[in-house]
Design a protein around this ligand. Structure first.
Ligand SMILES: [Zn+2]
Length: 150
């Protein structure tokens, strides 16, 4: 029995709203998005930290994240920038012990709202996740855009 929520998603035991999947990586919508369009890119092999990935897999993880970024820019979400973030170990607020790269859309002038959302993050388990219908609607825009990215 797995104790890793991302392995459960990768192996189909738990649902997720998917953006992209291939043999090596899976990209899904974060159920507690910090901004609309917050995507997680996850290697299918279970490793805790980024340095544990084989170089080719690490490169593919980053390449997938940058393709998703291009899709975000070209999508109806039209972010002004993105954050790439890896919380690489428990002391860095890594809550799932399986490498994941956050792709987080940012907008001009959204720092206040972004910080307010970060401060509310500890309440996420109590307030519950974003509805799958809302995540699916956002994901549809990103997937449509990703289909046109070479
Ligand atoms: Zn795992």
């Amino acid at each position: 029995m797995s104790h890793c929520i991302f392995c459960d998603i990768i192996e189909g035991r738990l649902p997720a709203v998917k953006i992209h999947e291939d043999e090596q990586v899976l990209a899904i919508m974060d159920i507690f998005p910090l901004r609309q369009g917050h995507v997680l890119v996850i290697p299918k092999q279970h490793h805790r930290q980024l340095h544990e990935l084989a170089p080719g897999l690490r490169a593919h993880l980053v390449d997938t994240a940058t393709r998703i970024t291009r899709a975000l820019y070209a999508s109806t979400l039209k972010p002004a920038a993105v954050h790439y973030q890896v919380n690489d170990g428990p002391a860095a607020n890594q809550t799932v012990p399986h490498v994941h790269l956050h792709v987080l859309p940012r907008y001009r002038g959204d720092t206040g709202r972004f910080l307010a959302r970060l401060l509310r993050k500890p309440l996420d388990p109590m307030l519950g996740p974003t509805s799958s219908a809302e995540l699916e609607a956002t994901a549809a825009h990103i997937r449509d855009s990703l289909a046109h990215i070479t």
